[in-house]
Design a protein around this ligand. Structure first.
Ligand code: IMP
Length: 193
């Protein structure tokens, strides 16, 4: 069977995903390759564009992209979540949300995983609905966790939850579960001659 090359520079993410996929008999290796960037509105477009670019190379690839989409801001920061976190930061997002009433603070996190071999692709998604808090709360997790209150929780932000509590309801947890439920399709792809 071919190895699945997971393109990520984040070793923590690699460790988490590869331990789960390996338990299903999927051999993994970490690769740090930068995909060319595109202007896109959705994570799926970003992932598909990168898989198309990788499609001309030898091997099977796994990539992922995640983001926070805030309804009152027209889906911002969305596909720009990583950049916006580094520039505006949590305080900048809370400033943009100043004066937005509770019932209009809805948002969701989304993760898209894509697996590609040549022109063939498999895409798996996970979504977590919630709302933006009025203040930064909690020190767990990373990124936007301290300002996101998941609907499936008890009113705490992701930043106030343990990793296990977050993973049980998170966008990434759901996308990984979706990928696991389709492990046989991934194995079929990797076994192709
Ligand atoms: P990535 O595609 O997983 O690197 O995610 C892109 C950006 O979205 C990250 O740099 C974070 O700012 C944000 N993000 C993604 N997932 C999460 C999460 O689970 N919690 C908080 N922020 C996240």
């Amino acid at each position: 069977m071919r190895e699945l090359h997971f393109i990520t520079s984040n070793s923590g993410k690699y460790a988490e995903v590869s331990s789960i996929l390996s338990s299903k008999g999927i051999p993994m290796v970490q690769r740090d390759i930068g995909c060319p960037e595109i202007q896109a509105d959705t994570l799926e477009e970003v992932v598909t564009f990168c898989l198309d670019w990788l499609g001309s190379k030898e091997g099977a690839y796994l990539i992922d992209d995640s983001g926070l989409f805030i309804d009152a801001l027209g889906g911002f920061p969305g596909v720009y979540s990583a950049y916006v976190f580094k520039t505006l930061g949590l305080s900048g997002i809370l400033r943009l949300m100043e004066g937005v009433p509770d019932d209009e603070r809805t948002a969701y996190f989304e993760t898209v995983f894509g697996i590609g071999l040549g022109a063939e692709k498999l895409v798996f998604r996970g979504k977590c609905e919630g709302r933006i808090s009025h203040e930064v709360r909690g020190e767990e997790g990373f990124g936007y966790d301290p300002i996101f209150i998941p609907d499936a929780g008890d009113g705490r932000t992701f930043g106030e939850m343990s990793m296990a509590e977050k993973n049980a309801i998170s966008h990434r947890g759901k996308a990984i579960k979706n990928m696991m439920e389709n492990a046989n399709r991934i194995i079929e792809m990797l076994n192709q001659s």
